[in-house]
Design a protein around this ligand. Sequence first.
Ligand code: SF4
Length: 152
Amino acid sequence: MGALRDRFWERPLADLNTEEWEALCDGCGRCCLHKVEYEDTGEIEHTNVACKLLDTKTAACTDYRRRKTFVPECLRLTLKIVDQVSWLPPTCAYRLRADGMPLPRWHYLISGSREDVISAGVSVAGRVISEDVAGPLEHHVVDWGDDDEEAA
Ligand code: SF4
């Protein structure tokens, strides 16, 4: 672990320490939603069904430190795989920085407020249903509007 350096988010991902890597997440919650992958085509569709650990009102993980204990398949985004996770939203801070793009103005590290990811319409807070009550994923396929989403 290390301290957060001044404007660390402008550094290459490979240069970030563990604390900075964790702090880069905007908390949108998109990676905590289930996807439907079709075996025959490999096509992935998005849903509004959240992992059982996600607080659907705030889009925060309710047990981030122990999440792998309860949800072993939870993706741990690392430098090695960030380029391979094709379903990350275009707004994802890791995806943006991996592509050499700046963080958007609503990112809390730029704006100073963790609420701005919600007012920008990027967070899934209040827009998802828990897997505990959702039923079949195929009934919850949604379009999050990534194709026309403004990332800046
Ligand atoms: S999609 Fe990216 S920015 Fe959003 S919660 Fe997941 S890791 Fe964080």
